[in-house]
Design a protein around this ligand. Structure first.
Ligand SMILES: O=C(O)CCC(=O)C(=O)O
Ligand SMILES: [Fe+2]
Length: 302
């Protein structure tokens, strides 16, 4: 095989990484081949087709308004989120040290704080994320009977599920778009409007090849810890967005995500080599330590 053909087969051509592709069909996650499943678990990231009847535009449009000052309309939920305070949330708005500014809201607060059409998009993304999570549990053979315990009840929405709405402020120079990190939970589904997402793959940072009409899905630390001693451990993908520069006529990069992980009052779990489930570490302790390593303050309200 030529080098180029080999690289294309491995999903690396022209120094862009082509991720494995899956779809959710009648609630079940399907990769094109079993080789794709293996690659997806090894990379810790893959693409999933956006369902045909899901229009993500209200989500992406909200990424372009949430940080704007609210006008005279006190009921406007599209704008004013920098100043809002979101008192019912333990997360809320954050001005990060990198280019990104973020609004993070738990799923039980979407209806209260977000425009209805944004809540509708996020709820569809949440359902899809749950189906993908269960598909990955199947792939690594996590027994059905353990899943409610491990996730804190992702199916009943009693685990931790939140959205992150990202605005990359291209006007801020000399800083990363979003600094390299792994996500802390089990899984994150990302909807974005522009390239920029990069993965650390075999020791090199590679931009991921865009696949229109697809979400990008990341596997996170909670999955890595859970499966570390199993025959098929999954990778918590290390990812980043490098500094973005302003371009005339091009809006700032946007993304909105749905994240699922353990609640902060729960343990992370891990299977031992015999396949027995053990408590590993309190998830809040794990998260505080990790934020410190990244140079972030951990959410002050959690
Ligand atoms: O904007 C992106 O593509 C990635 C965002 C991200 O990594 C995050 O919100 O954790
Ligand atoms: Fe991330």
């Amino acid at each position: 095989m030529t080098d180029t053909a080999q690289e294309a087969q491995q999903g690396r051509a022209g120094d862009r990484l082509a991720l494995p592709v899956a779809e959710v069909d009648a609630g079940a996650l399907r990769f094109a081949t079993s080789g794709d499943t293996e690659r997806a678990l090894g990379i810790g990231a893959f693409h999933v087709a956006v369902p045909e009847d899901l229009d993500v535009r209200p989500g992406l449009e909200f990424c372009r308004t949430f940080y704007q000052p609210r006008g005279d309309d006190p009921t406007d939920r599209h704008r004013g989120h920098r100043e809002h305070g979101h008192p019912a949330s333990k997360l809320g708005y954050e001005d990060r040290p990198d280019q990104v500014e973020q609004l993070q809201l738990e799923s039980f607060l979407w209806q209260e704080y977000l425009p209805d059409e944004v809540t509708a998009v996020l709820r569809r993304m949440r359902q899809l994320t749950l189906e993908i999570l269960y598909g990955v549990f199947d792939a690594v053979r996590v027994p059905e009977t353990d899943r409610d315990l491990i996730t804190g009840g992702a199916r009943q929405d009693t685990g931790l599920c939140y959205t992150t709405v990202n605005h990359y402020r291209s006007g801020l120079s000399d800083r990363a778009g979003i600094v390299e990190h792994s996500d802390s939970g089990f899984i994150t589904t990302i909807c974005t409007d522009q390239p920029g997402y990069e993965i650390l793959h075999e020791g090199r940072w590679l931009p991921v090849r865009e696949r229109p009409g697809h979400f990008t899905v990341n596997l996170g630390d909670a999955f890595r810890v859970l499966t570390r001693k199993l025959p098929r451990p999954v990778t918590a993908v290390y990812h980043r967005v490098p500094e973005l520069r302003p371009e005339a006529g091009v809006p700032d990069r946007s993304s909105c995500t749905v994240y699922m992980g353990p609640r902060y009052d729960m343990p992370l779990y891990q299977y031992d080599a015999e396949g027995n489930l053990r408590e590993y570490q309190n998830f809040r302790d794990f998260s505080v330590k990790k934020a410190g390593k990244l140079g972030y303050d951990f959410h002050s309200r959690v």
